[in-house]
Design a protein around this ligand. Sequence first.
Ligand code: GAP
Length: 514
Amino acid sequence: MVNQEDVFRKVISHAKEYGYVVQSSEIYDGLSAVYDYTQNGAELKKNIKDYWWKAMVQMHENIVGIDAAIFMHPTTWKASGHVDAFNDPLIDNKDSKKRYRADVLVEDHVAKIEAKIDKEVEKASKRFGEAFNKTEFLTTNPRVLGYQEKAQSIIKRLSRSLEAEDLEDVKNLIEELDIVCPVSGSKNWTEVKQFNLMFGTKLGASAETATDLYLRPETAQGIFVNFLNVQKSGRLKIPFGIAQIGKAFRNEIVARQFIFRMREFEQMEMQFFIKPGTQKEWYEKWKELRMKWHLSLGMGAENYRFHDHEKLAHYADAATDIEFKFPFGFKELEGIHSRTDFDLSNHEKYSGKKLQYFDPELNQNYVPYVVETSIGVDRMFLAVLSNSLKEEELENGTTRTVLKIPAVLAPTKAAVLPLVKKDGLPEVAHKIIDELKWDFNVVYDEKDAVGRRYRRQDAAGTPFCITVDHQTIENQTVTIRHRDTMEQKRIAIDSVNDTIAREVGIRNWLKKTE
Ligand code: GAP
């Protein structure tokens, strides 16, 4: 069986080797949980953002996009509840002096129980072969039912204790489950304490007059405080949405899964403003639409699932995660939250300004309710990268490393390769590039034998290689090689652009969401 830790390690080293992601300030030994996107990473990230923006803003007549500042008036965070409630429960191990999120320690314990269920399923499926019925097995096997009950009761108790701010019970739970520190192996724990995740900074010239600010922990508040500006200037009618892509900052304590949990990251958020009472219907609608967006990328329906929240954030009356199967298991990729009128009402209260919508149909003012969709760009990036990296055994007994990034998101769409560095072939290759570069990000590569160049482009995730050879000079044709199938075809130079466009164009990919 493939060891998932090895898979994850490979993803991280591949990301560095092929120009995707490196640790920030690496020459100074790096900064923990902060990363830089290098040449291919910057392109992939941009393509993910474009794919989201196109689907959310351009394809919806009633959704507009904004770009609000990272710095916001400090009262914003009092009104939003982040000053008082944006906390993580932390616990220290007295022997290793390591700090952990108490809820994550418990959740990791539950994940181990769930892994036992997966093992039972795997064993049974081998034993019963074709006749194996997974659903029946999961609902009838006594051992599996026992594990499920145990996992559920732990999560229920954790949610109850966190909801009631009963931190003593969270510690009791950790002790009762015999959870040990992964570093020291001991159970010598401190009390559980709340820790606010916002980064503070100062605005102003001198220490005496400076104002204390926070770096925004979510982009959503920039949308809420601009709700009326956008609604009025755009004459928008409810239901309508405001979308935004931008940086967010959180002083994360458990930051050990590469770009999964970062201190500086990027979010793609959309707040959908609706009539009070319609939130259930819109919440379901956005769950469906967002899942379709994910599935349109063809990364395998079996790799996604919804996970409804037991413990709701301070602003929500319903919430679910779209979880993705990362190499370290199913984890949150996107959140969909029914945020009620919590944010707008509180901004009204703290600012003293009316943030209401006049509904011409009802002839009445009200504070709209909000359904939010919120996805981390970096998490989406990790989902794409980890899902795409494959080691393939080839028919001739060799293996190849290939990054099967959905072509619409691939950083470079095509590499143009002259077969040899002479006989006018490089000049023709450059001419082809000059034509393609108007529409696509393309590269030129003439170093090494063509087979090695194909492998290099496979590993970098380039969907097409266009090879210029002597026949090109004679009849204006090239070979086009497809990354995923390795199939090669001879086509006219004139048709290269259209062939690439068909496979990488956003239109054809997003059509799958209809
Ligand atoms: N406005 C709602 C909100 O911020 P969240 O569930 O805390 O909700 C939304 O965050 C998404 O942002 C998550 O689903 C995840 O994709 C991303 N995200 C949150 N914290 C992150 C972190 N520390 N590093 C990377 N991505 C993060």
